[in-house]
Design a protein around this ligand. Structure first.
Ligand SMILES: C[S@@+](CC[C@H](N)C(=O)[O-])C[C@H]1O[C@@H](n2cnc3c(N)ncnc32)[C@H](O)[C@@H]1O
Length: 208
């Protein structure tokens, strides 16, 4: 489903500058392997947000082979860290390769783990938590993530529109997960939320 007018969508992709060599290689890898990365529009959004709030400690749930994490890592700077999580160990190896190529390995730690259990492994609070795991567990992610977000920190979840499935009369489990998450976020007194309609939509929540 096209969320935006296709001409506007094309404009958004045309107007952005080329990415660096590593991101370009990652985009090609994703295309070849049909892997669902966030892509450069969302990548740039994550970069802008990270700089704007001066985020230094970021937790990413569902890192895949590290594309979105790479944008975060570039934005956190030399003294920042991105803690990546994915249940698939092959993605961790691939991500490490790309970060090495970009000479930013020291800004990333990859935990091969289920997204919900990683909260038991990692301590402390985060400036940003980015959520891009299976949509069915989004409500559980919200419950786990909220106490671990610092005040003023951001919880950002991808696929707010679930490719349009959120509009269906009988949403499937993925869309139902996203819908429940979205309602929970808007009902929370601890969060102020907005949905940013780029690509498949981002639910952006600031902890009050
Ligand atoms: C859409 S992809 C992530 C893409 C990545 N954020 C990017 O844009 O480069 C989703 C990833 O989440 C992982 N995943 C899904 N459910 C998970 C879970 N419960 N725990 C950990 N990883 C999970 C999948 O293995 C997959 O690699």
């Amino acid at each position: 489903m096209n969320i935006l007018d296709p001409n506007i969508e094309s404009y958004l992709y045309d107007v952005i500058p080329d990415r660096d060599a590593v991101l370009t290689e990652m985009e090609k890898y994703a295309e070849k392997n049909n892997f669902p990365i966030v892509g450069p529009l969302v990548g740039r959004f994550l970069y802008v947000i990270t700089l704007a709030v001066n985020a230094k400690r970021i937790l990413e749930l569902g890192s895949g082979f590290g594309y979105s994490a790479y944008w975060f890592a570039k934005a956190v700077g030399k003294d920042g860290i991105v803690l990546c999580t994915d249940s698939n160990p092959e993605y961790a190896d691939k991500a490490r390769e790309y970060f090495k190529k970009g000479r930013i390995s020291n800004r990333m730690q990859f935990h091969v783990s289920d997204a919900l259990s990683v909260f038991n492994i990692l301590e402390g609070e985060f400036d940003i938590i980015f959520n891009d795991v299976n949509k069915e567990i989004y409500p559980k992610v919200l419950r786990k993530a909220l106490p671990r977000l610092k005040k003023g920190g951001l919880l950002i979840s991808d696929n707010a529109f679930c490719n349009g499935k959120i509009l269906e009369k009988n949403p499937d489990a993925s869309a139902a997960g996203v819908l429940t998450y979205t309602r929970m976020a808007y009902a929370s007194r601890e969060l102020f939320n907005t949905i940013v309609p780029i690509r498949d939509g981002l639910i952006v929540s600031v902890k009050l």
